[in-house]
Design a protein around this ligand. Structure first.
Ligand SMILES: [Mn+2]
Length: 427
């Protein structure tokens, strides 16, 4: 299914006057505060977030999985779904694939389809957290950390194969997330496990094309509940340093213990030039993979404050970040959920762009704590939705994507096309 441009234009026409009034009013307020509004709108227009192929269908928990209907059953249909999101928002211009769930039959045709939808291929993701039907050795007790050399070899070869697939599609990076660890004390020799993992990552890194990067994702717990081999940003950073200059840490919001100061981690990694990618989601308890901004929008804003500051003071040469939503949808229509996440990400970004960095620095230098808080919260409490709507309008996307998605009954059309019992590969 594709959304005709004329439908988006008609939607924008119907909302144009109300939007224009609201945008003019906000612009006047912001200009009084010395903010250059068109500059901020231009930055919002440029901000693109990758959609992971596994978030387009219903996710599940270990208790069950409830189909949404009309889920994409092939890579082609997944691209079409990301194309829908991009047409509606002009903010989802990339897709992140997962191998082996998304093996392209005809890579050239897939590339062509993506290009026609305005999409490029972001980082490819390897999978050594499950056993595949045709593999020789099990990952039950780990992959890159495994005590058996043959299992480690199989996992290394899989990662190199994923890079090959990514090259065929024009991707430039691989994300490695390992489920490796232990669920019981004594199960794992920590030093041996980390040493195996380092050597395996170094071998994968050595096999990368020279214009490729590697992102090393960490996670505090789950699926192993006593220890994860790459449990935190420090371990990820250490491994990235030991691999080389094109290896970076990847921060996933849900992969921390509760109350971890993620904005501080982000600031530290950017200062070292070692933050490669970022996975957005939200959580109340753990790795809940909820809609971005649904639980802790203020934390997201504080993280964006550090990201904006870090990229504006990029002395360590941190590369442009790979942004991706990494969420799972058990109750909501995945496309509606992703529209809400895309909106939340851009809202936090726009609010962070409003922060008067000069005033904040002056207040910090004077140890004026209350003033620092006022400056941050003044930005956070501004309703920046008209800026996002303006960015979309200027790009030919929908002023209100969620509303148009509902008005067009997109899910009903997808169910008509694909059936109500389709199952997408994913988490
Ligand atoms: Mn992730």
């Amino acid at each position: 299914m594709h959304i005709q441009k004329t439908l988006i234009d008609a939607h924008n026409e119907s909302l144009y006057q109300r939007h224009t009034d609201e945008y003019a009013s906000l612009s006047a307020q912001l200009q009084q505060r010395g903010i250059h509004v068109p500059g901020i709108v231009a930055k919002i227009k440029d901000f693109q977030v990758a959609i992971p192929s596994w978030a387009l269908g219903a996710g599940g928990t270990r208790f069950g999985r409830f189909s949404i209907g009309g889920e994409p059953g092939s890579l082609e249909q997944k691209l079409d779904d990301v194309g829908l999101l991009h047409a509606l928002t002009h903010s989802a211009g990339a897709v992140s694939l997962h191998i082996p769930w998304d093996l392209p039959g005809d890579a050239a045709a897939i590339r062509q389809q993506a290009a026609a939808l305005g999409l490029c291929f972001d980082a490819v993701n390897s999978n050594t957290f499950q056993d595949q039907a045709d593999q020789g050795y099990s990952y039950k007790f780990g992959s890159l950390c495994h005590v058996s050399e043959a299992t480690r070899r199989q996992a290394i070869d899989h990662n190199l194969y994923v890079v090959e697939i990514g090259q065929m599609l024009g991707s430039k990076s691989i994300t490695v997330w390992l489920a490796d660890g232990a669920s019981f004390p004594g199960q794992l020799n920590f030093r041996r496990a980390l040493d195996h993992t380092r050597r395996a990552l170094q071998e994968i890194y050595a096999g990368l094309p020279t214009d490729w990067s590697m992102f090393i994702e960490y996670k505090a717990y789950e699926p192993n509940f006593y220890a994860m081999v790459i449990q935190d940003w420090g371990t990820s950073h250490l491994l990235a340093q030991q691999c080389g200059e094109r290896a970076f840490s990847l921060v996933d919001l849900g992969h921390h213990h509760p109350n971890t100061n993620i904005e501080q981690i982000v600031a530290t990694l950017i200062a070292q030039g070692k933050l490669g990618g970022f996975h957005f989601n939200d959580s109340k308890y753990g790795d809940d993979d909820l809609t971005v901004g649904s639980i802790k929008p203020y934390q997201l804003f504080l993280i964006f404050n550090e990201l904006v500051y870090g990229m504006n003071h990029n002395h360590a040469g941190n590369p442009a970040l790979a942004w991706m939503i990494d969420a799972s949808h058990n109750l909501k229509d995945p496309l509606e959920d992703l529209l809400q996440s895309l909106e939340a990400i851009r809202l936090a970004y726009a609010q962070a762009l409003l922060i008067n960095q000069k005033d904040l620095e002056a207040a910090q230098m004077e140890n004026d704590v209350a003033r620092c808080q006022e400056i941050l919260q003044d930005a956070y409490r501004t309703d920046v939705r008209p800026l996002l709507r303006q960015a979309r309008l200027e790009k030919g996307a929908a002023i209100e994507p969620f509303r148009l998605y509902r008005d067009l009954d997109v899910r009903k059309q997808l169910i008509r096309e694909r059936g109500s019992k389709t199952v997408a590969t994913g988490l």
